[in-house]
Design a protein around this ligand. Sequence first.
Ligand code: G6P
Length: 511
Amino acid sequence: MTTRPDAEERFYDFVVVSNRLPVDSVVGGDGRQRWTQSPGGLVAALEPVMQSRDGAWVGWPGQADLDLEPFDTDGMHLVPVPLSALEVEHYYEGFSNDTLWPLYHDVIAAPSFHREWWDTYRLVNTRFADRTAEVAAQGGLVWVQDYQLQLVPKLLRELRPDLTIGFFDHIPFPPYGLFSQLPWRTQVVEGLLGADVVGFQRDADAGNFQQAVRRLKGYATKGSHIEVPLVDTSPGVRVYGPIKRGQASRTVIAKKFPISIDAAFYREAAARPDIRARARQIRGDLGNPKTIMLGVDRLDYTKGIRHRLEAYGELLAEGRVNPEEVILVQVASPSRERVLSYMQLRDEIELTVGRINGDYSEIGHQAISYHHQNYPRDEMVALYLAADVMLVTALRDGMNLVAKEYVASRFDSDGVLVLSEFAGASDELTRAVLVNPHDIDGLKDAIMAAIELPARERESRMRYLRKRVFENDVEKWSSGFLHVLVHHHAIVASASASASAGAGADSSSEA
Ligand code: G6P
C-alpha cells in the first residue's frame, strides 16, 4: 500500500462518507504507526466501488487524536476526520456501538442510553458534514454510510442544498417497538430524511424505517416514496402530519439495495495455484480430517458464535460427531475491544472453546481450532476452499458478506453453506441450509445434514448460490443505488425548475 500526502485540495463530484476510512492506523508493539485494512463488510464492499471512480472518501483513520492531511492510497483519495480520545469513547464506542448497534440488532445485548454520548454523536456528525461540504464539488453526489452517521444527510443538506445525497444503512433498521426506545428517535429519523434516497439491506428494514417516519413525523408513505414537507427544520421546530394541499414538499425514496461483494475477485483468487496449494496445506496441517467446518466472524454477539459452539459441543457429547473426523475452525477477529459487552463475549467464547477442546481434543488433533486474529484476504480464500461446511449462524445481521465470500470462492461448486435466516443474505441465498440459530436442536440437525449432504446435492445447491452471488455483485449494488439516486435527483431538479419557471412567468405578468 502506498500513501502520499495530497497538498492541494480538489473538489470531488463523488464523495463517500463513512465512519472508517478503508485503512486503519494502528500502532504496533514496537511503537511504530502502520496502516492495515479496516475491519468489516462496509469497507470490503466500498473499496472496489471507490477504486473504480475518481472520488474522495471522508472518514476516521481509526486512531484517537490523529489529525492527518488528506492523502492518496490504492487509487483512492482519503480525507481523514480526526476524533479525540473522548469522542472515540462517547461517539464510537458509546453511542454507535453500545446504544445504536444493540438497539438495531434486536436488543440481543441491552443498549445503554447516555445523554453525553448523544451530544458527542451530534457533534461528530456535524464535523463529518462540515468536512464533506468542504470537499464536495458544486452539484456533486455524496453517499453517506451506516448507523454512525445518521444525522449527516440533514446537516449536509442544510450546508449544501446543491448536493445530491444518498444514505445506505448497512445494518438492520429495527421494528418501531424497539426503535421507539431511543430517546432521540425523532432526530435520527429527521437526520436520515435529509437524504434523497435511503437504502436498506432488506424490505423489512425499509418497511421499519417507513413505519418510524409515519409514527414520528406523520408523513405519508406510498411504496418506496415518502413525502417530506419543505419547511423550516431548524432545532425546536417540530413539523408533524401529511403534506397539506399546495404545501411544497420533496420526495425521499426508502427501499432495499442488498449489498454484495467483488465476486470475481474471490473466484479468481480461489482458482490461483498458490491459494489452492495453501488450502491443501491447511487441510494437511489440520490432520486431513473428513470434514472441516468453518466460522469467520468479527467477535460480535450478533454473530451467534455461542449458539454455534453450543450446538457443536452437544453433537460431540452425544457422539453424533466424531472428533477424529471433524474439526471446527473458528476465526473470530478482534472487534470493539473496549466495549464491555464485547469483553464479556470474548471471555465467554474462549471459556467455551477451552472446555470443548479440553473434553474432546486429542494430542495432535483439536476439536476446535480457534483464532482471535485478522487474516489477509488471500488466506481467507484458502480457508474457504479448505472448508467443507461454512457456518453462518448470526442472530441478526444486516447482510453477512462472509456467506457470499464463501460461495464466490467455491469455483469447484463444492462445499455447504449453513446460513441463519436472520442474516440479510438468506433473502437471496435460499438454497443454503437455512437455520434458526436460537433452535439448538434444529441447528444440530442442520449441521449434521450439511456434513452428510451427498455430492450431487452439494453441487446443485452451490451452483444456485453462485449464480445468485455473481448476478448480484457489489458493482450491481453500487450502480443500482447510484442510478436511483441520480435519476431521482434529475426528476426533482426538473420539477423544481419548471415550478420556478412558472413562478417567474407569474411575477413578470404582474410587473
Ligand atoms: C459492520 C458495520 C460497519 C463497521 C464494521 C466494523 O460491518 O456495518 O459500519 O465498520 O462492522 O466495525 P468497526 O466498529 O470496527 O468499524
